[in-house]
Each structure stands twice: as structure tokens, then as C-alpha cells.
Design a protein around this ligand. Structure first.
Ligand code: KIV
Length: 268
């Protein structure tokens, strides 16, 4: 019986196998132990400790100020909550752009200081050498091309890459460099289909249409927990923001009215 479908922990070879079997891969971001436990129990295949935590957890407009130490902290919490799911940690901005050597050093910290199994980094052709170096250090790498949020300052905004040839070249470079999977963010559906057909490694789409080998969503978006902004491609599977506001309002009212706690809700 193939490991990951028998509740055994997911491993790197499962990703290639799933692609060869046309078995779609479900990925969600996670930032803490409790969420990781819930998603793991729900049989989500892979948990990404994304630097999106800069936006949905820290409330910043970009991911740029997330630090390596912060991501290490969150990766540790998520890995503790995951039994079956494969845990990938984002390399944050500034932790790998300087040199392949810096990328290896940052990646090693994730495998030494947390129980996560792989790292993700943004960039295609220009990061190929870096990906090669991290893979050569025996650290699995998930690539990320298309819209790369860490490039926001250079591009002057969260710009979508519309040049199909550029996306293809980036995707090929990441695969050739040895990545085991590739995130395609905000790539037109037909381009994502071409990349998916051509590459031997699985593509994980976000806003990239239905033809990718897997899909990833930011969990706070998917749960309807982060409701300040809703990207067009997000499907909300719950409305937790409304539930949380309502629950907190009822709690506050009960406290003010003296309705909470009652005698049974008191320590004895
Ligand atoms: O940081 C993140 O959550 C990501 C996903 C959106 C792919 O990179």
C-alpha cells in the first residue's frame, strides 16, 4: 500500500508518485500547532508554513518583514501538530537571496531546529543555482514562480507574470535544479496547464486554474478568518471571522450581564 494514502507520513517520493497517478495534492498554509493538528486530521497532504503569516498573522501589508527566527518558531509549532502531513517552511525574504551559501545555512536551520521536511523559496531562473545548492545539501526544495510576493519592491506591486515564456523558463529552471514540487501563483490557467504537462515534478497552483497537480490556499482565506481582503481566486469553505466576532460579542455581553460564569463553570 502506498505510504501516504495509508495514513503513513507523507514523504518526498509521494509527490512524484501522486503526479504519476494523477492523484491531486491538497496543500494548506498553517502557522501553529492547533491548526496543524486539525488539517492533519483532515488528511491535507502538505502544510506550508508560509511567510503569508506576515499578512494574516502579523497584520502587515507585505511578507518582507517576516524574519527567519519567526518562521523557525512557527515551523516548529506546525511540525509538532503534523503526524501524516508533509511540512514545508518558507524561506523568508533576506534569508536566501544573498548567496547559495546563505540559502543552505538558512535551510539547514529548519531541518535542525524544527521537524519540518522541506523549504520553499521564490524565484525561477535567477534562483536555480541557489535551489541546486540547497538540494545538494540534502534538503528538499519546493519552488515558487509566477507571482512572487517577495519581489514586491522591485516590481512596484504584487504583479502577475503574464509572459508565458518567462513562466515556462522559470518553471523549467526550478525543476532542472532539483526541486521536488513547484508552486505556481497567479499564472493563467493555460500556461499552468503547459507547465504541468511538461514538468516531471508536481505543480501546486494558487490562482492558477484547475490543471495543476495540486492546489494550495492560505488557510486564513480558506476558512474565512482573514476578511480584510479576499483574492478573487479564493474559495471560502467557512466563515470563521463572522463566527469569531459573534462568539466574542456574546461572551462580552455575558460577562457584562453577570451571565458568565455560572456555578458549574467555577473551579472547585
Ligand atoms: O506564503 C504563503 O502562504 C505562500 C502560498 C501563498 C503559496 O507562499
Amino acid at each position: 500500500m502506498p505510504s501516504a494514502d495509508a495514513s503513513e507520513p507523507v514523504t518526498v517520493p509521494d509527490f512524484a508518485r501522486w503526479k504519476s497517478e494523477s492523484r491531486k495534492i491538497a496543500v494548506l498554509t498553517a502557522y501553529d500547532y492547533t491548526m496543524a493538528r486539525l488539517f492533519d486530521a483532515a488528511k491535507v497532504d502538505c502544510l506550508l508554513v508560509g511567510d503569508s503569516l506576515g499578512t494574516v498573522v502579523q497584520g502587515r501589508p507585505t511578507t518582507l518583514r517576516v524574519t527567519l527566527d519567526q518562521l523557525l518558531y512557527h515551523a516548529e509549532l506546525v511540525a509538532r501538530g503534523a503526524r501524516r502531513a508533509f511540512v514545508v517552511a518558507d524561506l523568508p525574504f533576506g534569508s536566501y537571496q544573498e548567496s547559495p551559501r546563505q540559502a543552505v545555512a538558512s535551510s539547514v536551520r529548519f531541518l535542525k531546529e524544527t521537524d519540518c521536511q522541506a523549504v520553499k523559496l521564490e524565484g525561477g531562473v535567477r534562483m536555480a543555482e541557489t535551489i541546486r545548492a540547497v538540494v545538494a545539501a540534502d534538503i528538499p526544495v519546493m519552488g515558487h514562480v509566477g507571482l512572487t510576493p517577495q519581489s514586491v519592491r522591485r516590481l512596484g506591486g504584487f504583479k502577475v507574470e503574464r509572459d508565458a515564456d518567462a513562466v515556462l523558463a522559470d518553471a523549467r529552471a526550478v525543476a532542472d535544479a532539483g526541486a521536488f514540487a513547484l508552486v505556481l501563483e497567479c499564472v493563467p490557467s493555460d500556461v499552468a496547464a503547459r507547465v504541468t504537462n511538461e514538468l516531471k515534478i508536481p505543480t501546486i497552483g494558487i490562482g492558477a486554474g484547475p490543471h495543476c497537480d495540486g492546489q494550495v490556499l492560505v488557510s486564513y482565506d480558506m476558512l474565512g478568518l482573514f476578511d480584510e481582503f479576499r483574492p478573487k481566486f479564493v474559495r471560502r469553505y467557512a466563515e470563521f471571522a463572522a463566527l469569531a466576532r459573534d462568539a466574542a460579542a456574546r461572551f462580552a455581553l455575558d460577562v457584562r450581564n453577570g451571565a458568565f460564569p455560572n456555578d458549574q463553570e467555577t473551579f472547585r
